[in-house]
Design a protein around this ligand. Structure first.
Ligand code: APR
Length: 236
């Protein structure tokens, strides 16, 4: 299939794209789920049981993300978007803002984001820079009812309608730095492949998912700029 800059493209990123910016992934050695229990810090039940533990977990991650810098992979995706005339959607599972800081605009955070707070009383989302705790007040309903604006296990990811529309139209689907173990994101390649898209995986190690038509292994900060240069015809 001939792909050119007018072709609709969907890019999905996971924690692996931020690894070289110093942010821990989840399932690699030393990953976040080695030192923390998903039930305790990434479920509504865990928040209900011990909100302070959850606030501490996300406050720590927010501070780490604030210290991190976008790497060459984030920058390459922003450059790709700028050069792309056709439909372009970057879907990130990540909750850091490294894509935005690299210049990405046509994007969405399906698992929420660390620099936002969600009011569990009125449902409002509000930009939030500092630490969150049980005494932080919602700017809409003025109640002390803010939680991290993160999609936890058992909750519905954000923007699924827009994601489904984009996957149906995609001519090219690229998954970068994700283990492909958490749905619905793990199923996006199947949807794109079914719609006839060319599917590419860029990952430190191949995940072995045979639905990818092309698999490029290596570190994101090298493999993604390389892929983008090839896509834009700057490299054979
Ligand atoms: N370059 C490219 N890929 C890398 C790099 C790197 N430098 N370092 C790690 N990886 C790859 C790993 O090989 C792994 O396949 O990134 C992937 C990270 O996988 P996970 O840790 O499972 O992260 P992710 O796929 O984003 O997790 C999905 O799970 O816990 C939930 O909500 C959380 O959004 C997260 C979701």
């Amino acid at each position: 299939m001939k792909i050119d800059t007018s072709s609709p493209i969907v890019v999905l990123t996971g924690a692996g794209i931020s690894a070289e910016s110093g942010l821990a992934t989840f399932r690699d050695q030393g990953g976040l789920w080695e030192g923390h229990s998903i039930e305790d810090v990434a479920t509504p039940e865990g928040f209900h049981k011990n909100p302070d533990l959850v606030f501490d977990f996300y406050n720590m991650r927010r501070r780490e993300a604030a210290k991190a810098k976008p790497n060459a992979a984030h920058n390459a995706l922003a450059a790709l978007e700028n050069a792309w005339d056709g439909d372009f959607l970057l879907i990130t599972q990540n909750v850091d803002d490294l894509h935005e800081r690299a210049g990405s605009k046509r994007m969405l955070h399906m698992h929420g984001r660390l620099d936002s707070a969600l009011c569990y009383e009125c449902g409002s989302h509000q930009h939030w820079e500092g630490d969150l705790d049980r005494d932080c007040f919602c700017s809409s309903c003025s109640r002390p009812s803010l939680r991290p604006d993160i999609v936890w296990f058992g909750e519905m990811p954000y923007d699924m309608d827009a994601i489904e529309v984009a996957l149906e139209k995609a001519a090219l689907f690229v998954a970068i730095g994700t283990s492909g173990t958490v749905y619905p994101a793990a199923g996006f390649v199947a949807g794109a492949a079914a719609a006839g898209a060319h599917t590419v995986e860029i990952n430190l190690e191949a995940t072995g998912n045979s639905l990818f038509g092309e698999c490029r292994t290596g570190s994101a900060s090298t493999a993604v700029p390389d892929f983008v240069a090839t896509l834009l015809g700057k490299k054979p």
